[in-house]
Design a protein around this ligand. Structure first.
Ligand code: BES
Ligand code: MN
Ligand code: MN
Length: 462
């Protein structure tokens, strides 16, 4: 660990705790001021660590924070991306401590302690490592190449304004590689670099039956109940083998070669521990594929929320007029989010029984991304992690989505390096989200080594 990091460890942590106290919930308009406050907090931090040209850019949604340190135009430029917005903390009653009052507690996976707070891992804690890594470099001889920071406040709601911003400021943002920490490692002894992400198609459906709520005795049995209908329709979207039944859904899915499948399945994975951790007796999914494949290289369709009719205390006999669901489909190369949304919409309308109308509203989407491992970018991340973990990281395809990764490739023509330090068990998006202190410090320690190796490899042209 760098001397400067060792000396300033505790301060770094208490600063992060302050950052985590700001409820920067991008989805909820009531928190707009808090989201802006988180951007201002970053702006101030960036000033403190010696970044320059710092600016908080307003957008039609939440602001984007930019900062840079340009040392020499002949040297390569790393663009750091992160997001300071967080998911809503609901359901609040399932948190052991309030989501915006960070506390440190030990856990099985984090015997040295973890910070419990919404955003601690996704992504405030992880992006903050980059600010602190910059501070470390700045105080130990300076950064070895140019660096730019672009931190957004809308990742959790689909990054609606980021592409426009990137196009508009393409000169300012010009870079050779994008580096982000918004993913996980296998465990604290087994480093990994994320080399793939799934894409996303997210839709909301509304099924309407009779023109008003009815007495379920007087009318029950005589008309289609939209909640019953919605359940039937959703149930029919998978067959008995767990395959998705939407015609054409798999058409553009690239099947992995036997060698690639072997590689995916060679990653350390303990099925028993996985089940135990989740409190389930058995895993389940698409037949013919392993859990590792099902959660990374195969597409999915999941109901994220479903409602309709009476859900209050006690019983109310009602035949509801409407039923709703939110459905996410995780996509793999070469599935196209818009095409999948269209296939879903057409199919879902087609399978509606008599007596109901169906409306499908698309939400955000994103392309899947896969990054090669035979590049300077990957090698630099691998060398950096090897230095600090004492072990070469394993390249792993992740199941989550970060749609901006494919956008960066399209707009800037550069690859992204997904060097995250979270654990899959850190409960991101769930109650009791946490981030290990080990992981926070390991990240700060590793990032400067990425800069070092990347700059050196680039100068050698390897
Ligand atoms: N950081 C996550 C994505 C992630 C987490 C990737 C863990 C790999 C491992 C990101 O903030 C996220 O939550 N993305 C959303 C999509 C977005 C469009 C709302 C997701 O994956 O649901
Ligand atoms: Mn994230
Ligand atoms: Mn997230």
């Amino acid at each position: 660990m760098q001397q400067y990091l060792k000396k300033n460890k505790d301060r770094f942590l208490s600063e992060l705790m302050e950052f985590l106290k700001i409820p920067s919930i991008s989805a909820d308009p009531r928190y707009k001021k808090d989201v802006a406050r988180a951007a201002d907090f970053l702006e101030n931090e960036m000033k403190n660590v010696g970044l320059t040209n710092i600016k908080v850019y307003p957008t039609d949604g939440h602001p984007i924070v930019y900062a840079e340190k340009l040392v020499d135009p002949k040297l390569p430029t790393i663009l750091i991306y992160g997001h300071y917005d967080v998911q809503p903390p609901d359901p609040l009653d399932l948190w052991d401590s309030p989501p915006f009052e960070p506390v440190i507690k030990k856990t099985k996976n984090h015997p040295d302690g973890a910070i419990f707070a919404r955003g601690s891992c996704d992504d405030k804690g992880q992006l903050y490592m980059h600010v602190k890594a910059f501070e470390v470099m700045q105080n130990e001889g300076g950064v070895p190449c140019n660096v730019k920071f672009m931190i957004e406040g809308e990742e959790e709601v689909g990054s609606d304004n980021l592409e426009k911003f990137c196009k508009k400021h393409s000169k300012m943002l010009a870079c050779d590689v994008v580096l982000l920490s918004d993913t996980s490692i296998i465990d604290n002894k087994t480093p990994s670099v994320t080399v793939g992400l799934r894409g996303l198609s997210y839709v909301e459906v509304e099924v309407t039956g009779p023109n008003r709520d009815l007495h379920s005795g007087v009318y029950g049995g005589g008309v289609t109940n939209p909640v019953n209908a919605l359940c039937d329709m959703i149930a029919s979207l998978h067959d008995l083998n767990g395959h998705i039944t939407i015609p054409g859904f798999y058409k553009e899915v690239i099947e992995l070669s036997t060698k690639d499948r072997k590689f995916v399945n060679s990653a350390p994975f303990d099925l028993k521990a996985y089940q135990k951790e989740l409190g389930i007796e058995s895993v389940n999914g698409e037949s013919g594929y392993t859990t590792l494949e099902r959660t990374s290289t195969r597409p999915t369709l999941d109901v994220n929320g479903i409602w309709g009719g009476y859900i209050g205390e006690g019983a109310k006999t009602v035949l509801p007029s409407k039923a709703y669901a939110k459905i996410s489909m995780r996509l793999v190369p070469d599935q196209h989010p818009d095409k999948i949304t269209k296939l879903f919409t057409d199919h879902f309308k087609k399978i509606a029984p008599k007596g109901v109308k169906v409306k499908v509203t698309p939400h955000h989407g994103g392309f899947p991304a896969v990054t090669p491992t035979n590049t300077i970018e990957y090698k630099a991340a691998s060398l950096a992690m090897k230095d600090t973990f004492g072990k070469e990281p394993i390249p792993v395809r992740g199941g989550g989505s970060i749609p901006i990764v494919s956008m960066f490739e399209k707009v800037f023509g550069v690859k992204s390096v997904l060097m995250g330090f979270g654990l899959d068990t850190d409960d991101i998006h769930s109650p009791n989200e946490h981030y290990g202190l080990f992981n926070f410090y390991k990240g700060i320690e590793t990032i400067p080594l990425f800069y070092k190796h990347y700059t050196a490899l680039r100068s050698k042209g390897k």
